[in-house]
Design a protein around this ligand. Structure first.
Ligand code: TNX
Length: 768
């Protein structure tokens, strides 16, 4: 009996490993819509022929395939036209057949032991067939040098494939840091490998203008260089600068070379020329284009700057149109990205020319002036046969009629645009901002902030919003954004971009219902071998577990859940301060915490690699008692002060208009920029227990309870939430919220959760 069971175990193990091997043969990223595994394989040898049928482009793809495999294999395959429509022995055929069904990029691929056949009704599909064959071949095929003793085999398979979205992009900010031509080409190579079809080239910024414009030579001489660069993180410590001149730009010839290089890989380059904001570098070169006339400097640190193109000056439009004429001449793309994001209105509100323009155009506020600006540029580009894309701020003050919107502040802007019948590209910072940390920030090189794991990127469903099927059709695709404030080196760009961009490629390509993160992560491990040969500096660490709360706060006890971010890893933890190992307690279900301690947890993968250590503090809270009486009136007393504030304490001291608000909110009387609020009253608590508060604001805010500061969300920043838990006795508590808005976006919210963790309707508990 024992022998029999041993035998059974052996068979099961064998079968299991056999299965694994089979699935390992098709490590395609993105994974095809339909794949049927077949027995056997085809081996490319010196007498294999590469044939083609169809337009000149089919010859081009066949030749590109032959050229691709030559360096590693040493094979110089003959490329020739064919009349035959089917699979031919020892041939790799690329057939363009107009009678086939399918969207652009769709293709069929058959590999048998005799040969390979790719069919498509369009050359892009043939090219993607080539990319699939490439990924099915041994990773060594990526080598630029001859690789000996390797069989150039392709496993037998039948694939029917098509992209889910027509726009699958990756962006690169070359304004904050400048990257060499070779790197741009490598970036494009990687897009092609992953069947992405747009390279969004973010060419102008406050910190540098990166494209030669013949009519305005000072853009290259002056705007392309800054005197020095901020050292470290903008938000941390005293600001220091490196004292080194930094910059560079692409000549028009170089930019054309990139356009051609991308076109050869069926990739469109969409250039972005930022306007009306993020323009300080251009103003440094041509100060007459700003509201004040300067002087201006190319920015040497990050952020949003108030110096923007003057909207009242005709010269600005002449300049931008001249620039765009040269841009259109270099970039054949139907779309031109005109930015439109983060444009503070402070200068416009004070500028006589802008005021005059507002009056003449009937703009009721500066947002409408921005809308006028974008409309005007759109009109110019439309007249030249091009369409604009803008960041979601272009919704403010009214969308230009034919604009496509890139939704970056989450998905709201995108949905709004889709509802208005505009096309949308989803690039939400919640899922697709590759400048965010992908692992424990303390263990990673400096990044802008955030926390965005591979699995979170992968989980994004562009269609999961509140849109009707008809509206959802306006979502034409997805894009990852790579902002480079904190990425001075190409290698580091790659580290931040890959493999998260692989996940974006798959989100853009594969139907949501077919996506499977675990299978994706397993395929990636094999895909990494290809990256190794290509010299891609990808991120590959075992990810720390994520905690259900950042800090465990409790009265008697609380639960902490851990979530696994690594695939096939086990989680271990300690609560005695020691570093967890695979000998520590295995995490199986939520940890109950009854005493103050630090929970430390790690993930350990099947290869024995450990993640960084996650640390979560557990803190016992003592009850606070309310010191006030309930107010007579609902809501809060509000003081609205206008002026420039940099800190909440300044708002506290300022004089202002007296109003009443029903909730913690910005009253409708408030202007768009430069004001402060002080909201005061009492909060009534009906039951003893643990309450959670989340104070969100853009810019700074503070929450006081019982005259004590409990949440400090002060300073200039975008929408950030800060949280606190408090153990409150039944009673009435004095409450005060301070807030200021200093330009750019605006927002203020206080959320409160009760003892059961349910959201409370805060306004019902407020009085004054
Ligand atoms: C916001 S996304 C920006 C960029 C920054 C980025 C940093 C967008 C349209 N504007 O200027 O680089 O955040 O994450």
């Amino acid at each position: 009996m024992k022998q029999l069971s041993t035998l059974l175990v052996a068979i099961v193990v064998l079968l299991a490993s056999g299965c694994e091997q089979k699935s390992n043969e098709y490590n395609l990223v993105p994974y095809p819509q339909q794949l049927k595994a077949q027995q056997g394989s085809f081996t490319i040898n010196e007498s294999t022929i590469v044939s083609y049928q169809g337009s000149e482009n089919s010859r081009f793809v066949a030749q590109a395939f032959a050229d691709f495999i030559e360096p590693a294999s040493g094979l110089q395959l003959q490329v020739e036209a064919t009349e035959k429509g089917g699979l031919v022995k020892n041939t790799v055929c690329f057939i363009e057949d107009a009678s086939l069904e399918g969207v652009e990029g769709s293709y069929q691929l058959v590999v048998t032991k005799d040969g390979i056949l790719v069919k498509s009704n369009n050359p892009v599909g043939l090219f993607y067939g080539f990319q699939t064959i490439r990924q099915l071949m041994p990773a060594e095929v990526e080598s630029k040098e001859l690789v000996k003793n390797t069989d150039w085999t392709v496993p037998a398979v039948e694939i029917t494939d098509a992209p889910n979205f027509s726009y699958r992009g990756l962006h690169l900010d070359v304004g904050r840091h400048f990257f060499p031509m070779d790197f741009i080409k490598k970036y494009i190579d990687l897009l092609a490998l992953h069947k992405m079809n747009v390279f969004h080239w973010h060419l102008t910024e406050d910190q540098g203008w990166r494209l030669e414009i013949k009519k305005y030579p000072k853009l290259a001489e002056i705007a392309a260089f800054r005197d020095e660069t901020l050292v470290g993180h903008l938000g941390v410590g005293e600001r220091q600068y490196d004292g080194k001149r930094y910059g560079g730009y692409y000549t028009q010839e170089e930019a054309r070379e990139i356009v051609q290089y991308a076109a050869d890989r069926f990739i469109t380059v969409i250039p972005e020329i930022e306007l009306p904001g993020h323009a300080q570098a251009a103003l440094a070169a041509y100060p007459e284009l700003g509201c004040t006339g300067g002087p201006y400097e190319v920015a040497n640190e990050w952020g949003v700057f108030k110096e923007v193109y003057c909207a009242g000056n005709e010269e600005v439009f002449t300049f931008l149109e001249d620039v765009l004429v040269e841009v259109m001449d270099i970039f054949p793309s139907k779309y031109i990205h005109i930015g439109g994001d983060e444009c503070p209105k402070a200068r416009w509100e004070e500028c006589p020319k802008c005021k005059k323009r507002m009056q003449a155009e009937g703009c009721k506020d500066a947002h409408e002036l921005q809308s006028y600006f974008i409309h005007r540029i759109e009109k110019f580009l439309n007249a030249n046969g091009r369409d604009i894309i803008g960041w979601d701020e272009i919704l403010e003050g009214g969308l230009a009629p034919n604009a496509t919107v890139m939704s970056w502040r989450g998905i709201k802007g995108g949905e709004e645009a889709a509802k208005q019948g505009h096309n949308v590209i989803m690039t939400p910072n919640t899922h697709f901002y590759l400048d965010y940390y992908q692992n424990n920030p303390q263990k990673e090189p400096l990044a802008i902030g955030g926390y965005l794991t591979l699995s979170k990127v992968y989980s994004y469903n562009p269609m999961a919003g509140d849109l009707t099927a008809e509206e959802a059709k306006h979502i034409i695709g997805v894009q990852g954004n790579v902002w480079t404030e904190y990425m001075p080196e190409s290698d580091y760009v790659e580290y931040m971009t890959y493999p998260r961009a692989c996940a974006i490629a798959e989100v853009g390509w594969l139907d949501f219902s077919k996506r499977d993160y675990e299978a994706f992560a397993r395929r990636l491990q094999i895909h990494f071998k290809r990256f190794d040969v290509m010299g891609v500096n990808y991120f590959d660490k075992v990810l720390m577990p994520s905690p259900s709360v950042d800090k465990v706060e409790f009265i008697d006890q609380a639960k902490l859940e851990l979530f696994d971010n690594a695939i096939g890893a086990k989680l271990y933890y300690t609560s005695d301060g020691s570093i967890p190992t695979d000998k520590s307690t295995l995490y199986q279900s939520a940890i109950t915490v009854k005493e103050e301690c630090t929970i430390k947890a790690v993930a350990i993968d099947s290869r024995g690699r450990a993640s960084d250590v996650l640390e979560v503090q557990a803190q016992k809270l003592s009850f606070i008692e309310g010191i006030a009486e309930p107010g007579e009136n609902k809501g809060l007393a509000c003081k609205l002060a206008t002026g420039k504030f940099e800190k909440c304490s300044e708002v506290d001291e300022a004089n202002g208009k007296r109003l009443v608000v029903t909730d913690v909110m910005i009253p409708s009387e408030a202007p768009h920029d430069n004001f402060g609020l002080s909201l005061e009253g009492v909060l009534s608590i009906e039951q003893d227990g643990l309450y959670q508060f989340a104070l969100g604001s853009d810019d700074g805010s503070q929450l006081y309870l019982n005259d004590r500061l409990v949440i400090d969300n002060d300073g200039f920043h975008g929408m950030i939430y800060k949280k606190a838990s408090l153990a409150l006795k039944k009673g009435t508590y004095p409450v005060k919220v301070l807030f200021f808005e200093g330009g750019g976006g605006e927002g203020l919210r206080l959320e409160m959760m009760n003892v059961d963790g349910d959201k409370m309707q805060l306004s019902e508990y407020l009085s004054h």
